[in-house]
Design a protein around this ligand. Sequence first.
Ligand SMILES: Cc1ncc(COP(=O)(O)O)c(C=O)c1O
Length: 428
Amino acid sequence: MRQNILRADSVLLSYPIREVVVIGKELEKLGDFSMVWENIGDPVAAGEKVPSWLQDIVQEQVATDQSFAYTETKGAIQAREYVLEHFSDKKKCTVDDILFFNGLGEAINKIMGNLPKEARVLVPSPTYPSHATAESMHAGCSFISYELDPNNDWEPNIEEIENKVKFNDHVVAILVINPNNPTGSVYKRETLEKIVAIAKKYDCFLIFDEIYHHMTFEGVKTTLLHEIIGDRPGISMKGISKDVPWPGSRCGWIEVYNSDKDENFKGFIDIVLLTKMLEVCSTTLPQIVLPHLYEHPKFEPYLKARADKYQRRADEACAFFADIPQVRVNKPKGVFYLVVELLDLPMNTLESVNKNVRLYLDDLENNSTPADFQFAYELMGAEGVCVVPLTGFSSSVTGFRMTLLQEDDAVFTETLNKIGRAIQAYYS
Ligand SMILES: Cc1ncc(COP(=O)(O)O)c(C=O)c1O
């Protein structure tokens, strides 16, 4: 090339949830086995059948001419009206404050990417990787984070949040993921109220990723941002990917609260909308399906049955890992993941399924491989299970995240056994 076309900050780009797959696919070929994919939060990939009532709704809507047309840039009016009526708060938000995106992933990139370089968003650690990566890419340097504390049910460290906001006036927003991916925690209302109070005290806005707000276990309820935000400007991020097994719909949205309370914030949201306008709009079909989907009499019982199933998986996995002294788990209160901390993790290897797998892993692993990445690679090569290393979620805590999605009871139990075997051998 006559000019360098590689951005210097491209080293910051990473999405380990899918990056491990490239390695896993190679190992499957070399080892001639089928991997158990525990890396991604896609229920369909984990064997869940798409229910016929959902397929029927999609087919009815695809038969309309409207589903072939563009929508308004903000999104289909019936979807925005539905969201306002059912998920939001009319005192803090209007139908014009709801913006649809091609998945929440796009919204995350648009929000972070449109901030001035020096305006920073404080992100949790561990975090869903898109947030941290989009934040660092916009700033051109590493993200700024606050710790979620495994000794306190993975709740945010409030004192640290306050100090990071207080002593860094570049921080303009605090990001909270609640219910949380990867940890499965659902935060206490008072924790969230304290974060809102910090935002108020230091004149910041709030971003709450609430995409898992429906996915909580028995007796647990999510406190939503609009219930506690008062008059602070803020953004709630939601979507349909986790509510029904249709993450491929690529349909997420933001609800902007109190935009009338701060001119600067309102100007920023206008810019986000303008950049969306450059792309015209998001895909129409899932938006016009949306009201029908949530209104369907089978939606609520279906959601409950799914949450119950994931809770059963969580109970089984927590009981299983409780017997392994080298690990620690916090029982999730929602979502469909489990974080397993690997305590004092050594660097080691496991007996691979064959020589070719061993050679590939020897080539891959080196002195700079993080300890839990090494464990994840070795687990794939020895037992054929693909998990995501916890440090891949921008965390300093070593461990891994697995899903609770596996459809088949026996396969789930067997997966736990495989992981358990690998842990025992790795530490011995
Ligand atoms: C916390 C969190 N936010 C956002 C997303 C992105 O969702 P979408 O499928 O709408 O892009 C995910 C996907 O796993 C997630 O876990």
